[in-house]
Design a protein around this ligand. Structure first.
Ligand code: EPZ
Length: 418
């Protein structure tokens, strides 16, 4: 097991480049299943989850080549199977993204039900209900989903909530179905829009991505694609908070400020100076931080994936902040760890009340999920003394070379083998 060690108290200064978005690259790699030729992706982040989805695709007979420099070629010309096994799906729930494309391409799929997750139950009932609406037969047995259909046919799909990977799964399945499909309320995340753009470049006929209703006119065939993955908006947001919490001055490059509207507005409300260019964010924080109220929401609302990062920032604000998590039922686990560092936070249900103005002191803490581990790194950057974050494998799932990037900004941070 590895752990991250941070000597806190150093303001971050300089420039940092954001990597490609994990949550855009994952569905795009899976979209290659929908065609029988080589698809090329650029700006793919070197992360655990990307290697996991690559391994799963290879088990299906897909040729996955790392071309170096963030380029990946995925060729599903010859599939040898349609099963996503438990040992892979349990390490990454996004593996369920292969379900719709496999039924659309091969007429069947056998995908392990994803197990539990630290941040919530995260059922996939909407993925399954949508596939059934498209005409698939679904059987659940021995912990696996078995789905099959001679040919999917277009349908009106009403989701109970705008699920991100549910929208992506169903959009990919509907792209090859016979007839028209409507998905509403569809997720509006930039990663969904990016997937729709690529599917259309493959020959799909998708309208409305980014709005509440997506319409798909099914086609018989899709062609390979080349695409550069969009920047990771959550990584960019995390670095913006790192600059603010250390009272530093950082320019974040290769990012998409237009994907971060709610986050930028909230940081400005908190007294952080944020200057947005087309692909850069200049963030500085010289004055006192102000408390804020925030409720997480589906895009374009404040992202749940930035909730833990904002919570730790608000421990340094002068006043009381109220942070409400509405997407996942158990995504406040970082609070217990922050309390060990001196934070004063009360939790009732999914609402964290942060009594700010509490200096943080370094401590040994434990990461519980991807974004909670980022929050603990941020706490360590601001804390007096040494912080040791264990179980950093959570961090490595979603942040490429984070300690190198932070060290280049003047952070005292390094990785140790525990
Ligand atoms: C995606 O997860 C992201 N992952 C998550 O990022 C992100 O936190 C989440 O969207 C919300 O923005 C990827 O894109 C790979 P959902 P996803 O389906 O698609 C419930 C990270 O940190 N729900 O939109 O799994 C579900 O339980 C990860 O990078 C159902 O009830 O999220 C949750 O409460 C963490 N039934 C809510 O909807 C379903 O069939 C939102 O889930 C599907 C979802």
């Amino acid at each position: 097991m590895q752990r991250m060690v941070i000597e806190g108290g150093y303001p971050l200064r300089g420039q940092v480049a954001v990597s490609g978005a994990k949550n855009a690259a994952l569905p795009l790699m899976v979209a290659a299943l929908l065609t029988d030729g080589p698809c090329e992706l650029a700006n793919v982040p070197a992360l655990g989850d990307i290697r996991t989805i690559g391994g799963l695709l290879q088990q299906l007979g897909v040729r996955v080549e790392d071309l170096g420099g963030g380029k990946v070629r995925v060729n599903a010309a010859r599939l040898s199977g349609y099963e996503a096994p438990y040992e892979l799906v349990k390490t990454m729930r996004a593996s369920v993204l292969v379900l719709g494309p496999l039924v659309a391409r091969c007429g069947q799929a056998r995908v392990s039900l994803p197990g539990g997750c630290a941040i919530g139950a995260r059922p996939i009932d909407q993925h399954l209900a949508g596939l059934q609406a498209l005409g698939a037969e679904i059987k659940l047995e021995h912990g696996y989903i078995h789905a099959w259909a001679r040919r999917l046919r277009g349908a009106d799909i009403r989701l109970r909530l705008p699920t991100v990977t549910g929208t992506e799964n169903l959009m990919m399945a509907a792209a090859l179905a016979a007839g028209r499909t409507r998905i509403t309320p569809a997720a509006r995340e930039p990663e969904v829009v990016c997937l729709a753009e690529v599917l259309n470049r493959m020959g799909a006929r998708i309208r409305g991505a980014g709005s509440e209703t997506i319409e798909i006119e099914g086609v018989a065939h899709l062609s390979p694609f080349q695409h550069t993955v969009i920047p990771d908006r959550i990584e960019a947001g995390t670095f913006a908070v790192a600059a603010a919490i250390t009272a530093g001055e950082v320019t974040i490059t290769h990012c998409r400020p237009d994907h971060l509207g709610a986050v930028i507005r909230k940081l400005r409300q908190a007294g952080v100076e944020v200057e947005a260019g087309p692909t850069t964010l200049a963030v500085r924080c010289k004055g006192p931080l102000r408390p804020v109220r925030v409720t997480t929401a589906p895009y374009p609302g404040f992202p749940t994936d930035m909730q833990a990062q904002l919570t730790v920032l608000m421990t340094q604000a002068e006043g009381i902040s109220v942070i409400r998590e509405t997407i996942f039922e158990n995504r406040l686990m970082h609070v217990a760890e922050l309390r060990r560092m001196g934070a004063h936070i009360a939790v009732r249900g999914q609402v964290a009340t942060v009594y700010g103005g509490t200096p943080l002191s370094g401590a040994e803490v434990m990461a519980t999920d991807l974004r909670a581990s980022a929050c603990l790194i941020l706490a360590g950057l601001a804390a007096q003394g040494r912080t040791v974050v264990s179980r950093v494998y959570h961090l490595d799932r979603g942040y490429e070379a984070i300690e190198e990037k932070l060290a280049l900004l003047g952070a005292r941070i390094w990785r140790e083998r525990a």
